[in-house]
Design a protein. Structure first.
Ligand code: 26Q
Length: 819
């Protein structure tokens, strides 16, 4: 691999040039934001030649192209990551120091690109990093939301959502590509025109917008490969381009302008929850239609037989959100390319592949047919025909089994079931961890698995070690390199198992614990600056950071904190290792119970942190605005990783892997990828507790369990629950947390009491937490366990995940880029 050498002089010149050109300023009078922008421009300048060379090389090889279609790309900051992958981080840091500038400080001037909610969006970002690093061509296709994931403020303990103005100062890395703009049509009706004995379908009376792509570079690590994240923005159709029919229609011009304004305005902040909003479907079709149109156009530039489209292109659907790609590709092949239905279906089902990220019923997309067919009339016709043929096929395979047909139909009960459409239209269906895939095959999608087992496969998630170790934890990264005697783990994480032999080495243990301590000091400083709370870096940092959702059971965590506090109040001299319970989580803006849980955490923090009786033995911190950039600091500083979802509910989890890579020990249930984490590191180096997935599923099938019995029989649980309604944490207000209390003890509407088995698992959880306290007293055991966690994290690199996708699903061609 040959890299261009870093030219310090050229870089300094490049920064000064950008400052002058963009802001007509010199270093002396520029603001920090302007200097960041200028540095970013200089870095983009280092990237563009590789970007161009990569396109040329992929084209020369006629490499197969992956389109990773996703409503979310949770990229975080680009500057530091790009420098890391250009292998220029140190050089640039030094060059900037000579100019009197601090790279870390400049990195902090960049807003996170938060075009995603949580796991699914961040997975897409990790995959792009791995694909470029491994030398495969991909276009990440998504939406250029003007407002990403909201910024979270905590006021009086409550979450307040503030708009995320990430584009306010412009985005120095993006390139607008108006030459690839595509028109996208909504509404109207379909007219059938009879032409030479064939029917032609044309959409009329529609409204349309222009989709304009913006490209962001995705830099591979040390290999000159640069891929593209293409995010589409909407622009009103130029009135000059209106159909002669519509010219002078003022009303329509205004409506189309509004449509363009609305479509890309904001990311829906729901994680794992479907809300049937029309605008959301508009967003989906908007970026899918533009992406598919462009993919077909690009293929046709160098290939003549559209029937072989699938040989050079593959579409990966990131959950069901991009599923309209199936009927949209059909539409283009049928209506614009003139293929027969059989030919078009052959191409489509050899091009599309679907990833499922959840089994939570409330997350499944089911669009009302009237909404769907009014917005996308031609697409709906195609879905009807797909459904007609699909149900016919079911009837052929299972004659007389109408029950099965209704369970599998794409159109059912006035709804379009997007997951079923995705499965019917794809050649591959994958889950994101072994347990999750098994549950799909045996429970949620069992009829589909029975009918087409060959489509189903597992791809256990992964994370990129470039961002979450090399960039996020430079001290540990340097130590790993020193101990292994090589930096090759950066592109081959399996090598990290070489650390195993140091797990019991006293010097290594001391060095490791010292690094963890330094990272805890760094996080403590961040918490002091951003939350105004002092935390003790000598205490155990017990951390739960992830989206707030009932199934993730942040509530169980804070109930345990309340329980522990009660114990300490009764017995202030109780021997225990000091603990800092750290939370970070955004709740969907409309998710009342989740927001109330945030208030509860902050209310408990207020009481506990201000109580002198407990002599600093415990603290509770809620970190405001948890996001990719501060996540990097948090993982590096964690001792304990809380992965306590109700078994069977967390498809995989990826935070669990980021903690492990940074030497935190897991307390968790046997859920999602936790199962595989424990398999790698060994059960004795994790704290596993609680119901198994099978047990949970069995309870659910038999109508739940009786939490009221636990309340009546366990005095500690009784006391904690009563504190929710006796004003202990609410200045005497008995009502504030009543909803939470009720959710644990009483069924309501469709919901069973304690749907997520919090009280059922509480004792086991408290026991596991207690073992943590005891284990921490034994410093050498702890260091060994932590080092083993790092050493056994090799499987969880997204490089491994991507290799499996390439091998089993995508079959991409690897490319070398020389400059
Ligand atoms: C759907 C319809 C309308 C509005 C929003 C949505 C929506 C948005 C985001 C539905 C789901 C999501 C996000 C899901 C998600 O992040 N799932 C997580 O995916 C991770 C990567 O595979 C897994 O590790 C997690 O276990 C899973 O929860």
């Amino acid at each position: 691999m040959e890299m261009k050498k870093f030219d310090k002089q050229e870089f300094r010149y490049s920064v000064a040039y950008a400052l002058k050109n963009q802001f007509r300023k010199t270093l002396e009078d520029a603001t920090s934001q302007e200097i960041y922008q200028a540095v970013a421009h200089a870095v983009k300048n280092m990237i563009v030649d590789q970007w161009i060379a990569s396109r040329r090389e992929f084209e020369k090889k006629d490499a197969k192209t992956l389109y990773y279609l996703s409503m979310e790309f949770l990229m975080g900051r680009a500057l530091g990551n790009n420098l890391i992958n250009l292998t220029a981080y140190q050089d640039v840091k030094e060059a900037l120091e000579e100019m009197g500038l601090d790279l870390n400080y400049l990195e902090d001037q960049e807003p996170d690109a938060a075009l995603g909610n949580g796991g699914l969006g961040r997975l897409a970002a990790c995959f792009l990093d791995s694909l470029a690093t491994l030398g495969y061509e991909v276009y990440g296709c998504g939406i250029r939301y003007h407002y990403g994931m909201f910024k979270q403020k905590i006021e009086n303990g409550f979450q307040v959502e503030v708009p995320d103005e990430w584009l306010k100062d412009g985005n120095p890395f993006e390139v607008r590509r108006s030459e690839y703009s595509k028109e996208v049509k909504f509404g109207g009706y379909v007219r059938v025109i009879r032409e030479d004995g064939k029917d032609r379908y044309v959409q009329e009376g529609y409204q349309s917008v222009m989709a304009v792509p913006y490209d962001l570079p995705i830099v591979g690590y040390g290999n000159n490969v640069v891929n593209t994240l293409r995010i589409w923005d909407a622009q009103p159709i130029n009135t000059f381009n209106l159909d002669s029919f519509d010219k002078g229609d003022y009303q329509k011009a205004v409506e189309q302008e509004n449509l363009a304004k609305n479509i890309c305005e904001v990311l829906y902040p729901n994680d794992n929850h479907y809300a049937g909003k029309e605008l959301r479907l508009k967003q989906q079709y908007f970026f899918i239609s533009a992406s598919v149109q462009r993919a077909v156009e690009r293929y046709k530039q160098n290939h003549s037989d559209i029937r072989k489209f699938y040989e050079k292109n593959v579409f990966q659907l990131n959950d069901t959100h991009p599923t309209v790609a199936v009927p949209e590709l059909m539409r283009i092949l049928l209506d614009e390319e003139g293929l027969t239905w059989e030919e078009a279906w052959d191409v489509t089902t050899k091009t599309c592949a679907y990833t499922n990220h959840t089994i939570m019923a409330e997350a499944l997309e089911k669009w009302p047919i009237d909404l769907f067919s009014n917005l996308l009339p031609r697409i709906y016709q195609i879905v009807e025909e797909i459904n007609r043929r699909f149900t016919e096929q079911i009837r052929r395979m299972y004659p007389g089994d109408e029950d099965r047909v209704s369970k599998m139909a794409i159109l059912y009960n006035g709804k379009v079931r997007m997951a079923y459409l995705a499965i019917a239209g794809s050649f591959s269906v994958n889950g994101v961890a072994r347990l999750h895939t098994e549950i799909l095959e045996k429970q949620e999608l069992r009829y589909f698995y029975e009918m087409m087992p060959q489509k189903f496969n597992n791809k256990t998630n992964g994370i990129t070690q470039r961002r979450f170790l090399l960039h996020g934890n430079p001290l540990l990264a340097a130590w790993v390199t020193k101990k292994l005697g090589t930096k090759d783990w950066v592109t081959d994480l399996s090598l990290i198992e070489g650390l195993k032999k140091f797990a019991e080495d006293k010097t290594a243990q001391k060095e490791f614990m010292e690094i963890k301590y330094q990272n805890k000091v760094r996080l403590a400083k961040y918490i002091k600056e951003h939350n105004g709370i002092e935390v003790d870096p000598n205490s155990i940092f017990d951390v739960q950071v992830k989206r707030l959702h009932e199934y993730k059971r942040q509530l169980m965590n804070i109930l345990h904190v309340m329980y522990l506090y009660n114990q300490l109040k009764e017995n202030p001299d109780m021997e225990m290792a000091p603990r800092t319970f750290i939370f970070g989580a955004k709740a969907a803006a409309g998710y009342r119970r989740a927001k109330l849980t945030i208030k509860l955490i902050n209310a408990v923090a207020d009481v506990v942190n201000n109580d002198p009786d407990i002599k600093g033995k415990m603290k509770v911190v809620f970190i405001e605005d948890y996001r990719v950039s501060n996540a990097e600091l948090i993982f590096a500083a964690a001792d304990i990783s809380e992965q306590i979802s109700t078994a069977s509910k967390e498809a995989s989890g990826t935070g669990n892997m980021k903690f492990m890579l940074n030497g935190a020990i897991t307390i968790g249930t046997m859920d999602g990828a936790n199962v595989e984490i424990v398999e790698e590191v060994g059960e004795e180096y994790a704290f596993i507790f609680g119901l198994s997935a099978d047990e949970v599923i069995n309870f659910e099938k038999n109508g739940g369990y009786r939490p009221i019995d636990m309340y009546n029989s366990d005095p500690d649980i009784h006391k904690v629950l009563d504190q929710l309604t006796n004003g202990t944490y609410s200045n005497g207000d008995h009502n504030l947390f009543k909803e939470i209390y009720d959710s644990l003890l009483h069924a309501s509407g469709m919901d069973k009491a304690d749907m997520y088995f919090i009280l059922k698992d509480f004792r086991a959880y408290a026991e596991a937490e207690k073992k943590i306290g005891e284990a921490y007293m034994n410093k050498s055991w702890w260091a060994k366990a932590a080092i083993l966690n790092v050493a056994c994290s090799g499987k969880f690199s997204s490089d491994r995940t991507i290799r499996e996708y390439v091998e089993d699903i995508w079959h991409l061609d690897r490319v070398d880029v020389k400059l």
